[in-house]
Design a protein around this ligand. Sequence first.
Ligand code: BTN
Length: 252
Amino acid sequence: RLAGSAHDKGFRLARHGRLVSTNDEALTRAKSGDPGRLWIIAESQSGGRGRNGRVWSSPPGNLYASLLLIDPAPPRRAPELGFVAGIALALALRGVLSGDHRLAIKWPNDILHDGAKLGGILLEATSLSDGRFACVAGIGINCRSHPQDTLYPATNLAAVTGGAVTAELVFERLSTAMAEWLEVWAAGNGFEMIRAEWLSLAAGLGGRISVSRAGQSIEGVFKTIDPTGRLIVEQASGEAAIEAGDVFLLAQ
Ligand code: BTN
């Protein structure tokens, strides 16, 4: 079902009941020639995916949304979209939670409230057979419930506010913020403005973290992200630049 343009922000919106995954749906649409700037929303997902091959539990009541963009930037700059989406999401949620500054982004783009995960972003990009380049920012926000037994401690908006925050309200704010920050990204000086804003919202900056990937883990101080979005961790032996992994904030 196409519900027309998403509130004059230059997006189209396709709402679904249950889908396997809104990211899959966005990629399928891209392959069929969709021009992009399309939001896909589902009420629930039967095969919701998280980062690093994890399952994203997707019962009704939470937000499951994917934004499809075609050729938003040269392919090598695609990872920047994850940071754009992270900023938009953090600021949208600060809007919903009346400026609550306990909201922060954990690298690469998890949204935390008081250190507990409220949601995350799965960025996927692929070259299409017609030569175009498709980027999908898939966003999941725990509005009404969160899974137990997760890698990270988790929470949901209803628990945080003691009231109801609907997926619809979060999406409205997210869509507005996304339009704004996509414009900053397109108009701005490469990645620099995005990087600066992201760092101002970052959880654990200057503190000790541990980063794990493929069974290996390293510990050090979270210094910054570099101009390509890599995580820079300072260890006694020098600086490590990390492209992918799971970050845990350590007690200071
Ligand atoms: C993570 O933190 O691991 C990323 C979670 C991303 C979940 C969202 S829900 C909407 C979109 N569709 C999916 O299958 N995954 C993303």
